[in-house]
Design a binder for this molecule. Structure first.
Ligand SMILES: Cc1ncc(COP(=O)(O)O)c(C=O)c1O
Length: 241
């Protein structure tokens, strides 16, 4: 409704809407249909661009990013993190007519010290090759599902008000009784309790995100033994709360 109101009030003056297709930066919050579909319709109708910020989600759930899973095609996509294979890379891509606005074909000159850095490009390509070959996504999602189910069970057993949100291999443990569906409900979380949970995990060598409004992620390198160790640490962490 807020975006609908903004378009009603400002219509054609809006150049673009940029959004994480799956929110990770308020903790993990899945988009509820028809949120993204509505953004696609509104931007198209008002000739604004829809930009998906897939810096976190790109290559994480599907090789084609969250947009593949959601079957929504944005006009532009931003990427980072995984696409650089651990090296500092940011990139963007999108519709041909927009990309042809960039030099040398178009008038927009975009360059920087690290643009096209050969080491980062090689690391990124090697990572994408490995992802295409190894297809780790189903395994990562399944391990996360087990982790989430176990965490929920532990919290329930301890009588702690906890919501565990997850999408594929990303998850967030919120300390609240309220189901977390947006930023307002994310903010009902007891961040002090999260801080204690984080430190208790860290003491056991498990490095969760240091802030409540971030996503924990499984990587392709995590093994069932790592999962066991995490669950063991989490059981102790919940006991300390
Ligand atoms: C979703 C998202 N978009 C963009 C950025 C910033 O990316 P960069 O540091 O490449 O500007 C971050 C930072 O981690 C992020 O989480």
């Amino acid at each position: 409704p807020a975006v609908q109101r903004a378009f009603r009030e400002h219509g054609r003056r809006i150049a673009a809407v940029i959004v994480e297709p799956v929110a990770a930066n308020m903790g993990v919050v899945a988009p509820e249909p028809p949120f993204l579909e509505t953004l696609r319709e509104l931007t198209k109708k008002n000739k604004a661009l829809l930009i998906f910020d897939e810096v976190i989600t790109g290559f994480r759930f599907f090789y084609g990013g969250a947009q593949t899973g959601m079957r929504i095609t944005p006009d532009l996509t931003t990427l980072g993190k995984i696409v650089g294979g651990g090296f500092p890379v940011g990139c963007y891509g999108g519709r041909r007519e927009i990309m042809e606005m960039v030099a040398p074909l178009g008038p927009v000159y975009q360059a920087g010290t690290l643009s096209g850095n050969p080491v980062a490009m090689a690391a990124g390509l090697a990572t994408l090759d490995a992802l295409r070959r190894e297809k780790p996504y189903a395994r990562m999602a399944e391990m996360t599902r087990v982790l989430v189910t176990e965490l929920r069970g532990m919290a329930r057993f301890k009588g702690l008000p906890v919501q565990v949100n997850h999408v594929a291999s990303m998850l967030t443990v919120f300390f609240t009784e309220t189901p977390v569906r947006d930023f307002a409900t994310a903010k009902t979380s007891d961040t002090k309790a999260y801080g204690k949970f984080f430190h208790a995990l860290l003491d056991r060598g498990v490095y969760f995100p240091p802030a409540q409004f971030e996503a924990a992620m499984l990587s392709a390198a995590h093994s069932p033994a790592d999962l066991e160790r995490t669950l063991d640490a989490a059981a102790r962490a919940f006991r300390r709360l």
